[in-house]
Write a protein that binds this ligand. Sequence first.
Ligand code: FAD
Length: 440
Amino acid sequence: MFWYPPLLILVNALLPRPTQCALLERFEDLKRNDFDFVIIGGGTAGNTVANRLTENPNHHVLVLEAGGSNANAFVSMIPNFCARTLGSAIDWNYTAQTGPVMNRVVGLPRGFVLGGTSSMNCMAYTRGTREDWDRYAHVTNDAGWSWDNIQTYVRKNERFTPPADGHDTTGEFDPSVHSFDGINSVTLSGFRHQVATRVIQASKAMGNDSEFRFVLDMNSGEHLGIGFAQSTVLNGTRSSSATSYLGPQFINRPNLHVLLHAHVTRISSEETAHNGLTFTGVELSQDSGKTLHTVTASKEVILSAGSIATPQILMNSGIGDPNTLSNLGIRTLQRLPSVGRNLSEHLVLTLGWVVTANDTDSEAARNATLAAEQLRQWNETRTGPLVDAPDLDFGWVRLPKNASIFERVKDPSPGPNTAHIEIQFLVSIFPAEFRIIIPH
Ligand SMILES: Cc1cc2nc3c(=O)[nH]c(=O)nc-3n(C[C@H](O)[C@H](O)[C@H](O)COP(=O)(O)OP(=O)(O)OC[C@H]3O[C@@H](n4cnc5c(N)ncnc54)[C@H](O)[C@@H]3O)c2cc1C
């Protein structure tokens, strides 16, 4: 699907490997099989929880990840290569049959590697709006989810770092709404492209009354307008949950255990008259189900296998809709009909524009020497056009109040200060089937 420079494989072999000694490949190498917490899925959420739980040295925590190490996943490391992770060996390569409107089979990418989808996503750091979070608080009747209350955790997560080119970022973000001492790195573009600069210039020229006005920081709780992208990148390299929350300063904690290639089949349980149903451990396999292993969790099993595998594991464990489970020959332990239902996913529509700028990714796509030079620069200095995630600027806009769609559909936005449409300005290559070329 994507074009790879010929030097890629060679340079991959020369890349320095992060030292992650505590990552185990074989079940037999686990020093124990009884833990306080067992976390299913070493992805975005799973690794974050593993890091926080192992702050307490008395907690023995096991992370079970079906995929392999991120340290070998070259396409994952280079921010500009994010689209190349789609359909690669670190993608589960799920497909989905869409509903009646589109009626076709589409790819549904999800990370199959330590770090999960944070090892293959496009690194855009967007917090949502105050209205979004306050709606969560309202719907859940839990004030802990409100914008104000969630900021503690936003700040614990975020470590705002200088961009790869070290340029002065004054006027590109609002430092007062950011944290500089969290764990996951967030940064601004480290290689300013001509198109991205023009987008910002144009939005400033439109003035404050325009829907395309300049917004200094779209992560302040109010995002409408156009502004500089912020990305989870550190020194020109992807900052995933694997590189941050399981980074070198954490991975060697003696109470943190991470097993790779560990495919969880189900959560094991016991039912007693006294305690009712108790989930006691996890069953897994490393050889496609030929050998099953069990580990126990004395405190909690944390299921963080992503939006597809989480309900699958719940259903395998007897939790779900009794009709569906009995058709699959699974005994229902807990009736929860909504498990495995109501998934919705957003679509991306890519509009390609012909531009006069000469620093788009198209240049490297048609010039192997230039592509090899960009890769060499990234590899040696972590600078140049490959240091940035594809999104260079963002726009957040609303449909007009009287848009005809609202005659049929209730406005899904949580309030008048939250966008209906997210615009991402890229200079990257996307698969041809997504492109509509508009001549200049
Ligand atoms: C192509 C793409 C681009 C995206 N871009 C962005 C972006 O720019 N910014 C943004 O904020 N969000 C983005 N997202 C969304 C975001 O990455 C995800 O919402 C988030 O990473 C999901 O986190 P998670 O912990 O729920 O799941 P994951 O991070 O997917 O973690 C689940 C983990 O469970 C493992 N697993 C699954 N089944 C099993 C099993 N049976 N046994 C053991 N382990 C198992 C998986 O291998 C994986 O490691 C993007 C998503 C995609 C697909």
